[in-house]
Design a protein around this ligand. Structure first.
Ligand code: TRP
Ligand code: ZN
Length: 868
């Protein structure tokens, strides 16, 4: 290592030394030497007349202060220090950058034939020397100059104010954004596109031009994104009373992008995965993902852009809140229960795993080396759960009052998580003092409940205990304020009114102590409790349910989520007991009552098909692994497969009849149609393990009129290793090899191929004409799937999987450290595996640590993993 990277601490925050009221940018775009001229109006805030500007990978051409050449500056690691400055001045900085060589996809880079930018979190410093921190808000004017034929569209934030033509075939457009913003929300795009246009009239009558820019030839894949955008704008007006604030809203889809999408003011830049869809190229899951991400970026306009973050430790202020808003959007438009189930799967699976890993951190981190490493499930998804808990405690009406007060106080400024909680507290009168601990305490709390029925007194007691295990980042844990949503049922399924101390109480219990007893009166029989309804807090629930109680809840609970959750709990009991059985060389068994409970769900006439599909979906290998401190990869895989086969054979008739009756002649993307396809394809995933599987799946593939059914067939053929797998894979590749985005689904199947020769095939797949190690989507689908979705092959005893991962990581460390840093996560958890595997993974981490050009992104994770 040249220099050990330094950590930054939340507690060390200090306000900026200077403020910048406006910046005027000129980009003279060329592939290898783009000239950037930045003229800023700067005012000194502190005594110091020294200005430290951030800058990386820049070639400095000149600095002028008040139009005079300035020499009193020094180039330092990560920037420049300019001294001898007046109180107020105009600063002109000219830099040169090389967009084509920028494979990290941060700052200004080329994606295919187009120029584009990605500035969050700290990418603007790769464009010019600047105060690249979110609490410096300036008004931007941006002039973009480029070749007219190659780059007919020149875009930036705000409104187009001027344009012109130059000699040499070049032209220019100038943009002005009236809303002050931090540098991370800056964006620029130059390219040749097809444009889908529409209009939206806000509720107060503002006319907004909507434009979606896609690669030429892709116009027929942009309409779902446009519909989703219009739905988002309308929903935010109706549910949050928030309107759009510019005359134009642009979205550009690019193929090379490190994340999902970016909320740059008025000019969102999207991974094309979250824009492009038609029924031939995209699955239902893709359609729903587009709706969610378009919503997410649009909702950032208020929660993120109008009110931004004071510093990056506050990231959850905008991300947790905006995820909460996009989840509510999807739930209001589609099935609330199915959305909740899928969000809860993410928390209980990968988010709980992150809490247990060397990277554990609170939703508001205390210590950061590389900010890009903190765009995590904890900050985003657990952050959203924390907002959701406040919503549960306050109720919709008081929560909306809190939002109003938050905007009243902080619109146009950079705020903190504390500001948000204070607004919620002040608007509602609900005490959130203890609740604030959710922001500073990391880890997953366990809530253990015991119940006791007293038939004489007719009382029912719940004894609730909570504790949080120490995490890698934090030893001491305190009791949290946990909203616990419950319902009690009589044995014939009636809801029992909750009464405490003589008064009727609501369903939300306020758990605040280490151990607490809740006594309910007038309970005339020993009830069946439904606990942690809707997953009212991100905790592990422990309660000793009998199989009968769970089977009861699966059919009788009033709330769809609870019915699903009871099914998952029942499965969990038998997954655990069978893992133990396998480890003791005993047979895998399931009680007939369990099979009957699932049969009951399959035959239900009241449950919506989408929900039945969720109930029938087993927890993933990853989720199950999270239940153990020491993971037995092979035993878990064996048990999950055996349960699938047993259910398939026992319920073949039911699956088969659903499969045939749920067939739809026409494809449509209504939520009802999606739900029916989801159940039908879930049935198919079981039927794959029956005698008819191969024939059924082969014929679904060749008769499918939409991508959802195509991929469902291929994915079942892959999991069950059916004979037709090779034929289907070959046919698909022949059909789609020209289209990387569509091929990603195929790459993901190669990555997750459970066959023993999977790694060999993956290595040769890297030579496929549509694969490239430069494209993050390709990497994630082929290599990411192997590391994350193929436990048995990745963790093969030979160690070949680890060796392969190490090699790829080494390469990506140089070309794209952000992508490398996401890919490495499964290796950080090496302590969960047996000694042999542990030491083989450690060897790979040690090799990375020894590299002399290790990027901060990997340095932070590797050193945490090895040193903990
Ligand atoms: N703010 C973006 C979002 O959540 C996240 C994002 C997009 C991002 N691209 C990034 C974060 C690159 C870090 C680096 O919508
Ligand atoms: Zn976001």
């Amino acid at each position: 290592m040249a220099q050990t990277p330094q950590a930054k601490y939340r507690k060390d925050y200090t306000p900026p030394s200077h403020t910048i009221s406006s910046i005027d940018l000129v980009f003279d775009l060329y592939d290898n030497n783009t000239k950037v001229t930045a003229v800023s109006k700067v005012t000194q805030l502190e005594q110091d007349n020294v200005l430290h500007l951030d800058g990386e990978h820049l070639k400095l051409t000149s600095i002028e202060v008040n139009e005079e050449k300035w020499t009193r500056f020094e180039q330092v690691e990560g920037g420049i220090v300019i001294s001898g400055l007046p109180q107020e001045f105009e600063l002109k900085v000219v830099t040169e950058i090389d967009p084509e060589a920028n494979t990290a996809l941060e700052g200004l880079y080329k994606s295919g034939g187009a120029f584009c930018t990605q500035c969050e979190a700290e990418g603007f410093r790769r464009i010019t020397y600047y105060l690249d921190r979110p609490d410096v808000l300036a008004k931007y004017t941006t002039k973009v100059i480029a070749d007219k034929t190659q780059y007919p569209y020149l875009l930036s934030n705000g409104n187009r104010i001027a344009e012109g033509v130059l000699e040499n075939g070049r032209h220019w457009v100038q943009w002005q954004d009236p809303h002050p913003k931090p540098a991370y929300l800056f964006a620029l795009v130059a390219g040749d596109f097809d444009v889908l246009r529409d209009k939206y009239v806000t509720k107060s009558g503002r006319n907004v031009e909507l434009e979606i820019f896609v690669d030429k030839g892709n116009l027929d894949r942009a309409s779902h994104a446009m519909t989703s955008l219009i739905n988002s704008m309308k929903w935010d007006e109706e549910r949050f009373d928030l309107e759009y604030d510019l005359d134009i809203y642009m979205i550009v889809a690019v193929d090379f992008f490190n994340m999902g999408a970016m909320e740059n003011k008025g000019l969102n830049i999207f991974n094309s995965k979250f824009v492009l869809a038609n029924e031939q190229t995209a699955t239902d899951t893709d359609y729903l993902g587009i709706e969610a991400v378009i919503g997410h970026e649009y909702f950032h306009n208020w929660t993120g852009n109008r009110v931004t973050c004071r510093d990056w430790f506050q990231l959850s202020l905008k991300e947790g809140l905006t995820v909460f808003r996009d989840q509510e959007f999807s739930s209001d438009l589609g099935s609330r229960a199915v959305n909740r189930i899928n969000n809860v799967r993410i928390i209980r699976g990968p988010q709980f795993a992150e809490d247990a890993s060397p990277m554990s951190h609170p939703i508001r981190p205390e210590k950061v080396i590389e900010m890009n490493n903190f765009y995590t499930l904890t900050v985003y998804e657990k952050g959203s759960e924390v907002i959701r808990m406040m919503h549960t405690l306050l109720g919709e009406e008081a929560f909306q009052k809190g939002m109003k007060l938050y905007f009243q106080r902080h619109d146009g400024t950079a705020a903190t998580c504390e500001d948000f909680v204070a607004a919620m507290e002040d608007a509602s009168g609900v005490d959130l003092k203890q609740f604030r601990l959710w922001y500073s305490q990391s880890g997953t709390p366990t809530v253990s409940i015991e119940s006791e029925y007293n038939s004489e007194k007719q009382t029912y007691s719940l004894v609730v205990s909570q504790s949080t295990e120490a995490t890698h980042d934090q030893q001491d844990k305190q009791p949290l304020h946990i909203p616990l949503d419950i319902e009690l049922y009589t044995n014939n399924g009636q809801v029992i009114e909750l009464q405490c101390n003589g008064v009727r109480v609501g369903n939300i219990l306020n758990v605040t102590e280490e151990k607490q007893t809740f006594v309910f009166e007038n309970v005339t029989e020993n009830p069946i409790p439904s606990l942690l309804r809707d997953f009212s807090a991100p905790v592990i629930l422990e309660y000793d349910y009998s199989d009968d109680e769970l089977a009861f809840l699966m059919t009788q609970a009033k709330n769809d989520f609870s019915r699903w959750d009871a099914g998952q709990t029942l499965l969990a009991k038998y997954i655990r007991s069978n893992v133990t059985a396998v480890q003791g060389n005993k047979d895998i068994t399931l009680p007939p009552s369990l099979i009957d409970a699932f049969r009951g769900v399959l035959l239900s006439e009241t449950l919506e098909p989408a929900l039945i599909a969720e109930v029938m979906t087993l927890p993933s290998h990853n989720e199950v692994s999270g239940w153990y401190n020491r993971v037995d990869v092979d035993a878990i895989a064996k048990v999950l497969k055996a349960i699938k086969v047993k259910l398939a054979n026992a319920l073949e008739d039911e699956f088969s009849s659903l499969y045939h009756t749920l067939q739809q002649a026409q494809y449509s993307i209504t939520h009802q149609a999606i739900g029916m396809r989801s159940l039908r394809n879930t049935a198919l995933s079981y039927l794959a393990y029956t005698d008819n599987g191969n024939q059924l799946i082969n014929s679904q593939y060749f008769s499918a009129n939409n991508m959802t059914d195509t991929i469902a067939a291929m994915s079942s053929a892959n999991s069950a290793q059916l004979e037709c797998r090779e034929t289907l894979m070959a046919d698909y590749s022949e059909k789609w090899k020209h289209d990387g985005l569509v091929m990603d689904k195929w790459f993901a199947l190669q990555g997750s191929n459970p066959a023993d020769n999977a790694l060999e095939v993956i290595k040769s797949t890297m030579d496929h004409e549509s694969f490239s190690l430069k494209n993050p989507n390709r990497i994630r689908n082929l290599i990411g799937s192997f590391l994350n979705m193929n436990p048995v092959q990745f963790h093969a005893k030979s160690g070949e999987g680890y060796l392969f991962a190490g090699k790829i990581l080494k390469e990506l460390n140089t070309s794209n450290p952000q992508v490398a840093s996401r890919l490495i996560d499964p290796l950080l958890k090496f302590r969960k595996y047996d000694e042999t595997r542990q030491s083989m993974i450690k060897v790979e981490l040690e090799k990375l640590r020894a590299m002399d050009n290790l990027a901060n992104d990997l340095f932070e994770k590797v050193s945490k993993a090895l040193d903990s």
